[in-house]
Design a protein around this ligand. Structure first.
Ligand SMILES: *Cc1c(COP(=O)(O)O)cnc(C)c1O
Length: 384
């Protein structure tokens, strides 16, 4: 019997070694990894500069707590503020925690209670983040949600325009819904989100936990589309070292005082060493341009391989976050891809989600597309 709470539907696969876009299981079988630890190891497994930064930091100091000054935290934060809308950063350890911080800050700053979020969104598993999540299956069994949330249909401009009242603290959304099915927000919808925030006098929180740090081809997915007051980051931020961040504008800074919020582990030296190395890489000359190129390339080879397939609904997403929408449940096909040496994820019942390392090669993209074609090209048992 396992000594763990059965909180995960685990695959029958254990990874023992990993490098770049490749992992090896206990039997020595190799897999091309287009899961990347769920958009975490976005620069590939054991990415050299991050490994080096962590090893060097291991020799100096690991953790002293936030009772002390922390120059590395300042440096990591300033890389984020210099390259985004934000003026200040709070470091924590996960996406849900970053969203907790965001919701707390929005409530404290506005003095209001209700947060608008969207159907099939995902914001995490802690109480506020779970409440924000627009999926009944995530919330069921846990009683009343705090604070109160209203869930609107995603990409529905009219629903936003009808929203009225002076009780809203924030509208919170993903620019591309990840867990909900790799659903990009349309430009028109996102514009309405900005307008609604102004009209309601509430803050805009963008959850960039999955989309941020280069995943969609820009440092943050909202760039050029939305002007957030708050954004949250986690997954790709430490390339495998657990870390989260909440970013906010200068207007909000005074709403968080000493004692308003905190985290024992948040922003420790190891995490900050990883974050700095990740950001220096992603913000390096030409890096994001290459990610955009690779995103388009992967999309193109997938479209070519699956062109005209009767079961293909569409291929959607942005940058290196791609969903293949299938007309029948995709779970079995994802398993077959695994058997054929490619790791991919589901997102909802019908979507095959690809989250490759954002710096993978064209050859790796072609390899993935050919395995996908091989598996999807054969008729499924349910399709007679
Ligand atoms: C994964 C995810 C979270 C939760 O992050 P954790 O680190 O698991 O707490 C929140 N929001 C989005 C959009 C995510 O994809």
């Amino acid at each position: 019997m396992s000594s763990l709470f059965p909180t995960y539907a685990r695959w029958d696969l254990t990874i023992e070694e990993a490098e770049g876009a490749w992992v090896k299981d206990a039997n020595g079988k190799e897999y091309l990894d287009f899961v990347s630890g769920i958009a975490v190891c976005s620069l590939g497994h054991r990415f050299g500069p991050v490994q080096k930064a962590l090893s060097e930091q291991l020799e100096k100091v690991w953790h002293v707590s936030n009772l002390f000054g922390n120059q590395l935290q300042e440096e990591a934060a300033s890389l984020l503020t210099k390259n985004s809308f934000a003026d200040a950063v709070f470091f924590c350890n996960s996406g849900a925690e970053a969203n907790e911080a965001a919701i707390k800050l929005a409530k404290k700053h506005t003095g209001k209670g209700t947060v608008v979020t969207f159907k099939q969104s995902f914001h995490g598993r802690t109480f506020a983040a779970m409440g924000a999540t627009g999926q009944e299956k995530v919330r069921s069994g846990f009683g009343e949600m705090l604070p109160s949330f209203e869930y609107l249909p995603y990409n529905d401009e009219e629903a936003l325009m009808e929203l009225q009242g002076d009780h809203y603290a924030a509208i919170m959304l993903e620019v591309v819904q990840g867990e909900g099915g790799v659903i990009p927000g349309t430009a028109a919808f996102l514009k309405r989100v900005g307008e609604a925030c102004k009209r309601l006098g509430c803050l805009l929180i963008v959850d960039e936990v999955q989309t941020g740090i280069g995943r969609t081809g820009t440092l943050f997915a909202h760039e050029g589309l939305l002007s957030p007051d708050i954004a949250t980051s986690a997954k790709g931020l430490g390339n495998g070292f657990p870390v989260g961040a909440m970013l906010g504008t200068k207007e909000l800074i005074s709403s968080f005082q000493a004692g308003s919020h905190g985290s024992t582990f948040g922003g420790n030296y190891l995490a900050m060493a990883a974050v700095k190395a990740v950001l220096e890489t992603v913000l390096g000359d030409g890096f994001l341009e290459k990610v955009r190129h690779m995103g388009e390339y992967l999309r193109r080879v997938l479209e070519k391989e699956l062109d005209g397939h009767p079961m293909l609904e569409e291929i959607r997403g942005r940058g290196m976050m791609i969903g293949i929408v299938w007309k029948e449940p995709a779970g079995e096909r994802i398993k077959e891809m695994r058997d054929n040496g490619l790791l991919v994820l589901p997102a909802g019942e019908h979507v095959i989600r690809l989250l490759p390392p954002i710096n993978c090669t064209e050859e790796e993209c072609r390899k993935a597309a050919s395995i996908i074609k091989k598996v999807l090209g054969t008729r499924s048992k349910t399709m007679v």
